[in-house]
Design a protein around this ligand. Sequence first.
Ligand code: SAH
Length: 373
Amino acid sequence: MTLPEIKLVFDEPVQRKKTPKHLADYSPQERREVAQELGLPAFRATQVATHYFSHLSDDPQTWSDIPAEMRQSIAAALTPKLIELVRSVTCDDGMTRKDLWKLHDGVLVESVLMRYTDRTTVCISSQAGCGMNCPFCATGQAGLTRNLSAGEITEQIVAAARTCANGELPGGPTRLSNIVFMGMGEPLANYNAVIRSVRNITDPSPDGLGISARSVTVSTVGLVNGIEKLTEEGIAVTLAVSLHTPDDELRNTLVPINSRWKIREVLAAADAYEKRTGRRYSIEYALIRDINDQSWRSDLLGRLLKNRNAHVNLIPLNPTPGSKWTASRREDEAEFVRILESYGVPVTVRDTRGREIDGACGQLAAAEKTRTD
Ligand code: SAH
């Protein structure tokens, strides 16, 4: 008896093209091993890292310590171009610049570079989209597309460092001084790639950019397991916790992951981080009119934080398109600040740089997507 032929029907594979591997994905030791696997002496990895992190060079033809005929292939293997600039928009007389990047598989992410008198900060993306679903955040609305690799995150930082060094911002050449993980994505949900990127920032030359950990801010919705892991890591970055309200009831809706980790647990994890690293942490609080800006909430927040080594960063809400929510009234904002200060809690109101170019919450990538869909 012959069995009927079983026809296997496969769906069109939805497999993503793999992101090419980049030197920035590896530790310094692994980079040397990768070079050897490519049939190169280990020191070539160090030479390429020096060109990449110290000279910020993306032109292998200038890598004069590497034989001319090898430069192209070594660059292609160790520093493939992972992000391609789609467009830049500027405001504040060019002092704020938002870059939209296309990744190898067409996915779009963005970064924002801001020059101040005393520092230049880049705000980078750690994921394409975000899975945290906070209702006031544009990135949250679209869901998570994918994690970025350490190479893709690091490329945003190195591109910003290059822009600064080349004098592309008004005021002439400068040094990139601060990096904040406050672009698209939840950094602690892409833990390994984010930590590798942080090490690429803080490792001294030639292994990294040699920027101090205290100049790096990792902002999280409050993934307690991630904060605990970060505490064990031994890198004293500045931790920012997006709290947005001092009560669990409202936070369950503003930051849905709150149904998994409550405010008390998030603050306990941040306290342990502060104890281990000696670094004061930030509490991010987007002020939303009549939603979370009442004086009783400021009072509750003050009581919650008065004996903690935390600083509150109030962010006037940047309303997403179609949002029913808007920023707080000036007088409510002032009262909110006054009450917090009466508890001795340090508080600042974040400046609203980049508002007119949708600098706060993933809106450029969203706009581009609608245009090209
Ligand atoms: N996922 C991380 C980092 C990304 S967003 C986090 O949530 O912390 C960086 C900060 O911008 C967060 O505090 C976030 O809550 C805030 N944010 C997002 N959308 C905003 C908006 N529309 N207006 C003001 N702040 C916003």
